[in-house]
Structures are given as C-alpha cells and as structure tokens.
Design a protein around this ligand. Structure first.
Ligand SMILES: [Zn+2]
Length: 262
C-alpha cells in the first residue's frame, strides 16, 4: 500500500514539474515570438519598449521616463517589469496580443507584456475606435496598461484573476482613474449616466466598452477621490453597483461631487 502511495506521489510530482517546465518553455517562446520584426528601442528600470526599425530611441526614452514618474506617483515602491510592443499592423497586434475585438492596447499580465495597435507615437496620440469617442494620448493608455501589471502584482495573480471576472469595473476603473485622459466624452457620459441622455447612443454606436470604462472611472473617482476611501478598502469592499451608482447620481445632482478628468 505504502509503495503504491509513494509511487503515485512521485508520479504527481513529476507531472507537476513537467507541466511547469512546459509552461515556462511556452511562455519564453511566446515572449521571443512577440519581438519578431520589432527592435528593442529602449530599456531602463524594468520597462522595455519594442518598436519598428531604428530612429525611435528618443521617443521610447521619453515614454519610458514619463511612465516611470507616473507609476511612482501611484506607488513609490513599485518596481515595474514590463515589455511594451508597439505593433506595426493590426494583424501583428491581433496575432501577438491574441486580441479579440479592436482594443487600443492589451496587456498579458502573466507574461508581463503589453501590446499596442499601430499608432502615431511621435505625436503621442491614438485615434479613437469611433468618431463619437475622444482620441487619447499614447502615454495615458500606456499608463493604464502598466497599471494592470501593477494591479496583478499588488492583488496577487489569483485575486487579480477573480476580480477581472467578478469586479472588472474596479480593475479598469483603477487604471482609468490614474490615467490622464478619458475614453469617453465626459459631459455626454455624465448625461447618459444621469438619465438625461439616452443610452441608445452607446449601443447604436457600438461604444459599450468605452462607456463601461467611463462609468468604472466615475465610480473609482467617487470612492477614492471624493469619499477618500482607503485603497485597500476599495479592493476588499463588495459594493452594490446599483446602490453605488444611485449614490453617485444623487451627489452629482446635489452638486456635492463634480467629476472631472485633468
Ligand atoms: Zn484596461
């Protein structure tokens, strides 16, 4: 009996070790594949930027340094370890990021990688997906994405994963709250949120994800900025979303709370 149990235990350990080795191999192969066609434009203090060809070193340096400062303003003790891939075509973006839909950027936090769709990074801007939306600065989207890596590290992989599925508004709201531009026209968003404008604007223009980001940011701003909720409490409190939205609507209506984005 003992012999069988020991044999089984050995087999389980060997299988687990082999699985870890295979996963590590797949992850490193994937990381290598992400760099295909791109060159390392700049790398410092845990942030590496991959872009096409040469001549982007100065912009990459600027981007890296700005991001470092912005991240340290969120948490001075955070040491990032992120690779940023500025893809040259939408096809490259979809394949490398394994992206579904057409987001502006996408992070694979388990692989410490962030991917960007093609954009004009000399102008520091990304065109919006739809004309109804605002164009965003590349650096604010980069900060949003870098903060997903931060969230994963701060919350731990399991908690981060669970929150992505159960309280995704916090995961996105926290990144949007710290980023410096809005995905959605603010006045319009507030009118829809308050019921003064019709939600049909969102559905008919297929801009649901951006409106979701807007509301997520609004909730996070209300809690962290206006109510001065402690960040740990923000993550651990299970808010009733309808109740929270009603509370925000009331505060907006009574002009006790004003939502602004710098
Ligand atoms: Zn995000």
């Amino acid at each position: 009996m003992h012999k069988v149990a020991r044999k089984n235990r050995k087999r389980i350990i060997i299988t687990a070790l082999a699985s870890v080795a295979v996963l590590l191999l797949l992850a490193s192969t994937y990381r290598l594949a992400c760099g295909i066609g791109l060159k390392k434009a700049y790398s410092k203090n845990g942030i590496t930027i991959y872009a096409d060809g040469v001549g982007h070193k100065e912009e990459a340096k600027q981007m890296t340094e700005t991001l470092r400062v912005q991240l340290s303003e969120v948490d001075s003790e955070y040491s990032p370890n992120i690779s940023v891939y500025l893809c040259r075509t939408m096809a490259e973006f979809h394949i490398k990021a394994i992206a579904i839909g057409k987001p502006l950027a996408l992070s694979r936090t388990g692989l410490k990688a962030t991917f960007f769709r093609p954009c004009d990074w000399a102008k520091n801007s990304i065109e919006p997906r739809k004309t109804e939306l605002l164009s965003r600065s590349l650096s604010s989207v980069l900060l949003h994405e870098a903060l997903h890596h931060y969230e994963r590290e701060k919350l731990g992989a399991v908690r981060f994963f669970i929150k992505m599925r159960t309280e995704n508004w916090k995961i996105e709201g926290f990144c949007e709250y710290h980023s410096t531009s809005s995905s959605f026209p603010i006045d319009k968003g507030l009118r829809i949120f308050s019921g003064e404008d019709n939600y049909d604007f969102v559905t008919s223009n297929e801009i649901k994800p951006e409106y979701f980001y807007f509301v997520s940011r609004l909730r996070t701003d209300y809690l962290l900025n206006f109510k001065k909720v402690n960040e740990n409490d923000y993550w651990s409190t299970k808010y009733d979303e309808d109740q929270l939205d009603d509370e925000i609507r009331q505060a907006l209506k009574e002009k006790r709370y004003a939502f602004t984005v710098q």
